[in-house]
Design a protein. Structure first.
Length: 319
């Protein structure tokens, strides 16, 4: 009893004049609903990981109804992300799904789920860096070189897009990103704010340009690019003819649409919640985590509609 009295006295004293009734851990909760909203949206790879839907996914499931698959994905993911958000809000502690799954089900279940999530994030971090260089920066430099008639830009784009060069650059990018995060979340949130607004402006410009361009404009631009870079005349028609000759299937099927749904779901669950002690846990997890994931899928659907309008889903399938 004598050893407990001083502790009770300290607790009582702290409760009357301090913000903490227990010893402070020094943790500063910097995660706000807006910050987590942006993190949830951008963590899923706006731009780079969209290739999973519009390039690789269509290649694996060529008869998919792309827009329908994305709408189904959005509806199901909203339900999934809301469940995770409410659970993360009810257990606002670091450790991710291990915390609530171990308490609700069993520690082994929590460990398996959390370890799997860790491996998945490691995979997508490396893959995301690779896709940034091969599907974003390299083509942009090549096209810019053709437009501006600067062959060195095209050469740089070709160098960046080479597999081993892209993996090298992606590795450097991941290391730099990890070093930045090591300085604390405040530093990361400043970086996130800058890149978010720059990216949003660029996306809006793309929507305006892509949305106001006709299919004829796209065909002309594609043929010009292929003529300059590959010395190939009427490349659009030749690519479509080659796809028909190779037996690329046409139309839609339920099987391929569900397959695309599975591909989209595997990528778009990345931002369901944020593990850790954030401000206003339930509001932050629901608005930030689930809301950010929903907004990301809305962006993906908009891009899909733009592709259907200007490029054409048939050409996207053939390419």
């Amino acid at each position: 009893m004598a050893t407990q009295t001083p502790a009770l006295g300290r607790t009582s004293s702290a409760a009357t004049g301090a913000a903490f009734v227990r010893k402070s851990s020094g943790l500063i909760k910097t995660g706000t609903p807006w910050r987590i909203f942006v993190m949830s949206c951008t963590d899923q790879g706006v731009g780079a990981f969209m290739a999973t839907f519009f390039l690789y996914g269509v290649g694996a499931f060529p008869r998919t109804n792309l827009i329908l698959a994305l709408v189904l994905t959005t509806s199901c993911l909203l339900c999934f992300n809301l469940v995770y958000a409410f659970l993360a809000g009810a257990y606002p502690r670091s450790g991710g799904e291990y915390v609530f799954l171990s308490r609700i089900l069993h520690p082994s279940v929590g460990f398996i789920a959390n370890f799997g999530a860790f491996i998945a994030f490691c995979f997508f971090s490396a893959t995301g860096g690779f896709l940034v260089f091969t599907l974003a920066l390299a083509p942009a430099l090549e096209v810019l070189g053709v437009i501006t008639h600067h062959s060195w830009l095209t050469s740089v784009g070709t160098w960046v897009g080479t597999t081993h060069h892209a993996w090298l650059l992606a590795s450097v990018l991941v290391v730099l990103y990890g070093a930045m995060c090591a300085y604390g979340m405040k530093v990361y949130y400043r970086y996130q704010a800058v890149t978010w607004w720059i990216g949003l402006v660029c996306f809006l410009i793309m929507v305006v340009v892509y949305g106001t361009s006709s299919h004829t404009t796209f065909v002309h631009g594609f043929n010009h690019y292929m003529l300059v870079t590959a010395h190939q005349h009427n490349a659009y028609a030749q690519l479509s003819a080659a796809a028909h000759k190779a037996g690329v299937p046409h139309g839609y099927s339920f099987y391929d649409t569900i397959g695309m749904f599975a591909v989209a779901t595997s990528v778009a669950t990345a931002g369901a919640y944020v593990a850790g002690e954030v401000r206003t846990p339930v509001k932050t997890q629901v608005v930030g985590g689930a809301g950010g994931g929903f907004f990301y899928m809305v962006v993906v659907i908009i891009v899909g509609l733009l592709i259907a309008h200007t490029t054409g889903l048939a050409f996207n399938q053939h390419a």
